[in-house]
Design a protein around this ligand. Sequence first.
Ligand code: PDD
Length: 278
Amino acid sequence: MYYVDGRWVEAAEAYIHPEDRGYQFGDGIYEVFRIYQGKIYQWEAHYTRLARSAKELQIAFPWTSSELQSIAEQLLDKNSITETDDAILYMQVTRGTAPRQHEFPEGLRPILSAFARKKERPRAEMQNGIAAALIPDIRWLRCDIKSLNLLGAAMAKQQAKQQGAFEAILHRDGTVTEGSSSNLFVVKDNVLYTHPANHLILHGITRQIVIALAGTLSLEVREETFDAEFLKQADELFFTGTTVEVMPVVSLDGKPVGSGQVGEVVRKLQEAFEGTIG
Ligand code: PDD
């Protein structure tokens, strides 16, 4: 069952208007939630970010946290996602439907849609590590907003895939920003480096959790920019995100990262992250 603009519908009836601004302009926002053992992980942090994305784009956002949470819980229920299941829940809000023109009329009614489906955790990848490819970051300059405008990210991920990699590491003129759908950390001499949470990256919820966990493990974290050369000299590299969790990168553009094996620091962080689930 899907939730579309106030109705519960099967896939075959899940229609959206062709002049929904989400279609025509990518004019909307979204969140992806992880469900561990039937429970929504970090609800409030995702809700807060969704509301902030709406505010930054002047999209009306009439829903309280508990109203949206109730829809999310019903989605799990209607899709038979129970305490034995891991799953993904997706929610998006578009600005609404209007005759096509770039500027938007006042008073549009925002359109909420959502779905949930069972999805296993990426256990093998987290265990063995994955390959990444360095790709230019061609996205717009408000990557802090979780908007539906994902073409830059989708093309980067596709290019990474065509190069045999699992995820892209994006760079702007040599400055490394993040993954196409994840944040990135470098480990060098036991210090963690990650791009500052400004307009050039998504302020990842998993990123924030990992920064806090690093503190409890007495690992220093520097939220600083770094370049592709520094990246290539990393001892360890890893992505963070709702879908990738804490994901080690063992090769970059076909060359081994550090020893080419999953490193000790990322293992410790994976273990600590596990402790935040359920
Ligand atoms: N993406 N950076 C980008 C560009 C992202 O799209 C995401 C998440 C993240 C990680 O954020 P978080 O830890 O809050 O999930 C970082 C989601 C999962 C997606 O688009 O599928």
